[in-house]
Structure formats: structure tokens, C-alpha cells
Design a protein around this ligand. Structure first.
Ligand SMILES: [Fe+2]
Length: 236
């Protein structure tokens, strides 16, 4: 499997705090069967503003530790950028990283309050040549009761990225129901873990995949767990 959304670079956002946290989480990911992981620290001004270079420096240190400890995972760098009207500039200024320097950008929307011009902000990024991956659509409270909210984004080629652990109810009943519905309609393009801590999603993958198999079969299951992610990393 491939994970394209997690917060496991130490000392950069609200995810892993120490290098030991980072390595322990990666051991759990390896045990769960993940071979490639794109680390996506939050970029949200003014709270999380580490630049691409700062994140890259930490990622290189983590990669060295993986080699030393024989942990077989390929790491890539990205960001989860909080929706803003200057996302294109943030990328060109080297503040925000796309997924492994591809055309794909992981974008987060506000959880509780609908942002009225989010569609415009995303459209501008699409016009600039990027493909937007919307992080965890099932968690946006204002969309849970009106799944048609996503249509305006799907029409612009936005990919929806669900969080695996929503299937176990981590973000509440409504988020769980929403993700299951979106999966049934095959509107989700990929799943990721959004891991922040040790002993979280990676250690529950057995249980999660059992549930997932009830909502996604055969080719679609392969697509959302690995094929779509592969395509993104290859910038196809
Ligand atoms: Fe996240």
C-alpha cells in the first residue's frame, strides 16, 4: 500500500514530536504493509509555516535512520495546505510542496464552517495547472448532510481522499456514514491514514481493510488503496 497523507515528520506540525516518534510510526507502517509514504505536514499560516526546505532537512535525517534500521519504506515530501487564495504563490515561493513535486496538491478545507469561496480558491489552483486532492471530505460537517457539495469540486477534476480510520468511526458517526456513501458511489479516488501519532491508524489496518472490503470491491479496492497513489507519485 501507499500512504499519501500523514504527519510523521518530527517537530514540524501537530504530528510526530521527536525523531523517535517518527521512526516508531514508520515501523508500524512497515508492519501494516506500506511500502511508500508521502509525508504531508500542515501548512497553515500563521500556525504551521515550516518551509519545504525545512521539512526536507528533517525528512533526510529520517531517511538515514530508516537505512540504519533496515526499515524498507520509500519516503516522499508533500504538504497538506489549508485552503487559501494564494496557494499557487505558496508553491512557487517554495513554502508549500506538492506531492513529491508533482502537479498534485493536497488541500484541506475548514472542518466546521463552510468557506464560501473555497471553490474559487481551488479553481484558481486548477487553472494554474495543478490537480487538487481534497483531504478527508467526509470530515467536513457542512457537507455531511449534503453530499452534492462535492459535485462542484468533482466537476473540476478534484480527487477526494478519504481517511482510512473514518471507517472505524474515529471522526464520529456522520463522518463514517459519509465516507461509506462516497465509497459506494465510487467518488473517493484514494484513501490515506492522516497519521499524527504512534499506535494509531497503521496499527489498525487489518480491521480497517476488512470493513473497507464491504464497501469497495476488486479493481476499485486496488485503485483507492494503491493504484491511484502510484499514478500520483508518477505524476501521471
Ligand atoms: Fe492531515
Amino acid at each position: 500500500m501507499i500512504d499519501l497523507h500523514c504527519h510523521i515528520i518530527y517537530d514540524t506540525d501537530d504530528g510526530a514530536r521527536t525523531i523517535e516518534n517518527s521512526i516508531n510510526i514508520l515501523k508500524e507502517a512497515e508492519a501494516a504493509g506500506f511500502k511508500k509514504i508521502c509525508c504531508t505536514p500542515h501548512y497553515m499560516e500563521p500556525h504551521y509555516i515550516k518551509t519545504k526546505e525545512e521539512n526536507k532537512a528533517r525528512l533526510e535525517i529520517i531517511k538515514e535512520k530508516l537505512l540504519e534500521q533496515n526499515i524498507d519504506i520509500e519516503l516522499y515530501l508533500g504538504n497538506e495546505v489549508y485552503v487559501a487564495d494564494n496557494m499557487g504563490d505558496l508553491i512557487s515561493e517554495g513554502k508549500v510542496s506538492t506531492i513529491s513535486d508533482s502537479k498534485y496538491v493536497l488541500v484541506e478545507l475548514p472542518i466546521t464552517q463552510k468557506l464560501l469561496n473555497a471553490d474559487e480558491m481551488i479553481e484558481n489552483l486548477v487553472f494554474a495547472g495543478y490537480t487538487v486532492i481534497m483531504a478527508h471530505p467526509e470530515r467536513y460537517i457542512y457537507a455531511q448532510k449534503d453530499l452534492k457539495y462535492f459535485d462542484q469540486f468533482l466537476e473540476r477534476g478534484v480527487l477526494l481522499q478519504g481517511n482510512y480510520e473514518s471507517l472505524l468511526g474515529k471522526y464520529g458517526r456522520l463522518a463514517e456514514k459519509t465516507l461509506k456513501k462516497l465509497l459506494k458511489e465510487e467518488k473517493i479516488s484514494l484513501l490515506s491514514t492522516d497519521t499524527h501519532r504512534e499506535s494509531s491508524t497503521y496499527t489498525k489496518m487489518g480491521k480497517i481493510l476488512k470493513v473497507l472490503k464491504r464497501y469497495a470491491k476488486n479493481d476499485y479496492y486496488d485503485y483507492i488503496t494503491e493504484k491511484c497513489q502510484e499514478k500520483i507519485l508518477k505524476n501521471m
